[in-house]
Design a binder for this molecule. Structure first.
Ligand SMILES: N[C@@H](CCC(=O)N[C@@H](CS)C(=O)NCC(=O)O)C(=O)O
Length: 244
């Protein structure tokens, strides 16, 4: 039996699975992206559904990770597990708690991004909630992107650098890279003006991008492009940097 991790996530989007993928890629860990494998080989969406409907402590939603007998759900929880195993977080308790706290804040941000295009219900099409989405996105771009990014900027600036916890990259640095990439894709105008005021954060993004394993991953077919089915979606009308 293989000791590779098994990642379960929707096969056609980066989504929340990407935060886990980046950590696995940076670690050089062996993993199978189960739902991207053919259904005939036990992959595809049915592989996800099978575990979601399993009795006992089944996950509520993807992403989830199988590691031996463990099945771990919730993105921040998965990273809490992977971080120490792959030296993607410092050893001391204070740093680990701080990393988890920042990762939970990333999760809050990601949920708000999703609500810019689905403010009423995930089960409705964007086109069926467009007026609400426009209102919601306006607030998000003008108030929340600056607030979140200023928070992360302060956290990086407080470190001895160049990463959040000093000289070694952490899983949170990888997630901040993904957040900045996603925001720049979905809200290019609204994000550019904020990132211009967050030099330490911008530097983390570029450093992460250039790390050999991350650069190789980004250039590989494993890295899907952002698209309008994922969390970070480019609907130009929602990038209301200076509108009402
Ligand atoms: N808090 C969870 C959220 C998980 C989540 O919302 N997953 C999405 C895909 S990114 C999903 O499939 N949700 C199904 C649902 O909420 O019914 C996490 O951070 O992992």
């Amino acid at each position: 039996m293989s000791d590779a991790y098994e990642l379960f996530y929707w096969p056609s989007i980066q989504g929340r699975g990407e935060f886990v993928r980046l950590a696995l890629e940076e670690a050089g860990a062996a993993y199978v992206d189960v739902a991207r494998r053919p259904e005939a080989e036990g992959g595809g969406v049915p592989a996800i559904m099978k575990l979601l409907h399993a009795p006992g402590i089944a996950p509520f939603a993807p992403p989830f990770l199988r590691s031996g007998t463990l099945v771990i759900a919730q993105t921040a929880n998965i990273l809490l597990y992977l971080g120490p195993r792959h030296r993607l977080v410092p050893d001391d308790e204070a740093s680990r708690l701080h990393a988890h706290q920042l990762q939970l804040t990333v999760a809050d941000l990601v949920a708000e991004v999703h609500e810019t295009h689905h403010p009423i219900a995930s089960g409705l099409y964007y086109e069926d909630q467009k007026p609400e989405a426009l209102r919601r996105a306006g607030h998000f771009v003008r108030e929340r992107i600056p607030k979140y990014l200023a928070h992360f900027e302060r956290a990086v600036a407080a470190s001895s650098g160049p990463y959040l916890f000093g000289g070694e990259v952490s899983y949170v640095d990888l997630s901040l890279f993904q957040v900045l990439e996603g925001l720049a894709y979905a809200f290019p105008r609204g994000t550019a003006r904020v990132v211009a005021r967050a030099p330490a954060l911008a530097a983390v993004r570029e450093r992460v991008r250039q790390r050999p394993r991350i650069a190789a991953y980004l250039a590989s077919p494993r890295r899907l492009a952002f698209n309008e089915m994922g969390i970070f979606r480019r609907y130009p009308e929602l990038d209301v940097a200076d509108g009402a």
